[in-house]
Design a binder for this molecule. Structure first.
Ligand code: PNS
Length: 158
C-alpha cells in the first residue's frame, strides 16, 4: 500500500494546500495530512480547529485522512509506515530549505520527499499572508475554501 504524508501547520489550510492534497491523493492509496503540534508556537487556530477545517475541505477525497504529530516528521512517517512525504514547491525560494529538509529526512529515516510544483495560481499563497490580509479586512475569498473564509471572519470579528 502506497501511503504518503502531507505535513504542515495548516493555520489555516489554503487552496494551495488543497491542490497538493488532491494531487497526492491521485498518486497514493492513502494520504495522511499531518498537522504539526508545536507547543512553542501559538497559531490563530487551535490544533482542533485546524483538524476540523481540514476534515471539511478534504471530505470528498476518500483516501485522505487527517492526523496530528509532535516531534520529528520522519518518526511520524515511520510510525504509520508511510513511504514518502509530499510537499508543494511554490517558487525557487522554497527550494533551498525544502531540499535540506528532504535530504535530512532521507538520511535520518530513509523517508523520501516528493515535490509537486504548485499551480502558478497559488505560487504566492501562504497561510501567513492570508491571515495578515484577512486581519486587515482584505478579501481572501479567492485563496481559501468557503469554510475557512467563514472561520477567518469569525476570528477577526472577535
Ligand atoms: O506548514 P509549515 O509550517 O511550513 O510546515 C513545516 C513542517 C511541519 C513540515 C516542518 O516544520 C516539519 O517537518 N516539522 C517537524 C519537525 C521536524 O521533523 N524537523 C526536522 C526537519 S528536517
Amino acid at each position: 500500500m502506497r501511503k504518503l504524508v502531507c505535513p504542515g501547520s495548516f493555520d489555516p489550510v489554503t487552496n494551495g494546500h488543497v491542490d497538493v492534497f488532491e494531487r497526492a491523493a491521485a498518486l497514493a492509496d492513502e494520504v495522511v495530512v499531518a498537522v504539526l503540534i508545536n507547543s512553542g508556537k501559538k497559531g490563530l487556530f487551535s490544533i482542533e480547529e485546524r483538524v476540523e477545517l481540514l476534515q471539511v475541505v478534504t471530505k470528498d477525497l476518500k483516501n485522505v485522512r487527517i492526523d496530528t504529530f509532535r516531534g520529528l516528521l520522519v518518526d511520524f512517517c515511520k510510525s504509520i509506515q508511510a513511504q514518502a512525504i509530499v510537499k508543494g514547491l511554490r517558487a525557487v525560494s522554497d527550494f533551498d530549505y525544502e531540499l535540506q529538509m528532504s535530504q535530512m529526512n532521507y538520511q535520518a529515516g530513509g523517508v523520501d520527499t516528493i515535490f509537486v510544483a504548485t499551480n502558478p495560481a497559488h505560487s504566492f499563497l501562504s497561510s501567513s499572508l492570508v491571515k495578515e490580509f484577512g486581519s486587515l479586512n482584505g478579501d481572501v475569498s479567492q485563496w481559501v475554501p468557503q469554510v475557512v473564509l467563514i472561520a477567518l471572519e469569525k476570528k477577526f470579528r472577535k
